[in-house]
Ligand binder design. Structure first.
Ligand SMILES: [Zn+2]
Length: 203
């Protein structure tokens, strides 16, 4: 990894730490909203550098910046979650929390540059446990023709990429090409693949 990238990440981690000080319900909304704006500026710089590293084919730097980009996104979503809770919008807050968890998971899985990413991810799981209660989910089963790789757009079974791994600044994800819902089941214990599939009310 180049010194330019290392220094950028070290310096912006200090700014992320400043923003993290507002990740509490008791902190003022004004500061939380200001922190979101500042994080978006850092994220834009990060994305620009990542694109540059992709062009230079510096895979290690590109993947480190992908990790950092997702950590910034996670923090933005956590701050939005606290603001939504103040606005009495618990369903929006839940979606922001799930976004934050998904981004933090990517941040810790694509590169080891951020040694605190596991701790942060566990903090988000604790928020889920203590702030949101009585969660039921539903799980959707699909019939699908093929699972497609997001990197090469080929059939995932036939390509060489591995799901949730980073390749030159991009994460490999899979998606069904053509899908129809086959069945819906209720999950009362454990986690579904998509935590946004939450039961909002039961008649
Ligand atoms: Zn592929």
């Amino acid at each position: 990894m180049t010194n330019e990238i290392k220094n950028f990440i070290i310096e912006s981690c200090k700014l992320l730490n400043d923003a993290a000080k507002f990740c509490f319900i008791v902190r003022s909304r004004e500061f939380q909203e200001e922190a979101i704006v500042n994080l978006k500026i850092i994220k834009e710089k990060n994305t620009g550098l990542k694109e540059k590293m992709i062009l230079l084919e510096d895979e290690d730097s590109a993947n480190a910046l992908l990790s950092h980009e997702n950590m910034i996104e996670a923090l933005i979503n956590e701050l939005k979650m606290w603001v939504a809770l103040k606005d009495n919008k618990p369903n929006d807050a839940w979606d922001f929390l799930v976004n934050a968890q998904n981004s933090a998971r990517i941040a810790m899985s694509v590169h080891n540059i951020l040694d605190y990413s596991h701790t942060y991810f566990n903090k988000l799981l604790s928020i889920e446990k203590f702030i949101f209660s009585n969660k039921f989910f539903f799980s959707l089963a699909y019939s699908s023709d093929a699972i497609i790789c997001s990197i090469c757009e080929k059939n995932y079974d036939e390509c060489e990429h591995e799901e949730n791994k980073a390749y030159m600044g991009k994460i490999c994800l899979t998606k069904a090409k053509k899908k129809e819902i086959k069945s819906i089941s209720l999950i009362t214990h454990g986690n579904p693949k998509n935590k946004k599939n939450r039961v909002l009310f039961i008649k």
